[in-house]
Design a protein around this ligand. Sequence first.
Ligand code: LLP
Length: 424
Amino acid sequence: MHHFQYINDELFCENVPVRQICEAVGTPAFIYSRGTLERHFRIFEEPFLPVDHIVCYSMKACSNIAILRVFANLGSGTDIVSGGELFRALAAGVDASRIVYSGVGKKASEIDEALKAEILMFNVESEEELHLVNQRAVALGKRARIALRVNPNVDPLTHPYISTGLKKNKFGIDVERSLELYGRAADMEGIEAIGVDCHIGSQLTELSPFLEAIDRLKEMIGILRSRGISIQYLDIGGGLGIPYDQEEPPAPSLYGTAIVDRIANLNVKLILEPGRLLVGNAGILVTQVLFRKQGPEKSFIIVDAAMNDLIRPSLYNAHHAVWKVARKTNGVNGRIVADLVGPICESSDFLAQSREMEAVETGDLLALMSAGAYGFSMSSNYNSRPRAAEVLVDGDRYFVIRDRESYQDLIRGEHIPPAILQTS
Ligand code: LLP
């Protein structure tokens, strides 16, 4: 459930007409609903309340500091994957003792930053990384709390680009090697192994892969404890899917209760890293129709948002529903089948293909739904397109939480060397 709804055929975000925001900030614009963000957080956390846990929002899904703060106010930590994300999380006021650091390629400088910030835990993804974390911790006179990210070899049954828990994926360390490595970590001066971690993929629509992965990790925790390695944290990553189209992912309550059941008596503090579930349906991307064009085989609606703003359709063939900001329910406009495309010079620049929808006119505003996760955070400046504005709606007020980029922003940090500047 989200707070984007029609009132008299006009799309509102909470109590604010979407058109009113677009008139003020222009298009394309990402619009998020605070009420929806908070609702999703509470619904997700609810089944875990009876057990010791931390929700560490996986901020790669949407990393605006205002969004991070909305969750931090509810007690959320964050799952980070770079020094840049650590910087954002701290700038937003996230408590460092609730930050976990995942990712296969951490640099020494990034490890240092996280050690100095005293984050909760590094999710270590290789033996070489473990040695580097140890080395950096010793150099800084600290002990790094770590979990190994275990690759449990479970098929998440999702898009291959976003599945991470299979043997062939670059993520994590297989079970056998992890067990060995925990043994070695016990002798490292700068390392304190406190957890076991996994994340098997994203947009999962089945429960069974999560439970299978947890079973493997449970078994590992038993073995480690029998060897005197005291594991206190179990991080099961994120990955719960959301409905974009026809998908029917398990409800968060079902996911939560199944997991809580599964870890009963395990005596661990649970870490959860949801991303998409919290923000996906809490954000939309609004765009304006520039032109309509009839090709010999297809109809095109050319809009002012493009793959640089929302790359998911081009990259994963992802479906985003298209809603008119001002719809007509009397059917006067009729229906069309068209491709919704952007101005970028690539045939893969589409936001929807062969989509049946109510007819549109030049100047109409369209909302790409479920664009809150991996929307703005994956956007780029390709074709020298300034990135979109981001807006947060709160009841009957709204706030610009990221200015639309200017042309000046596009060339910030670029320099023409004097030798090249000389024309003669
Ligand atoms: N934890 C780790 C270690 C992750 O790598 C991810 C996502 C998450 C948590 C959060 O997963 P979520 O709850 O959002 O499924 N760009 C793709 C999704 C990539 C996901 C990467 N990792 C998309 O647009 O579908």
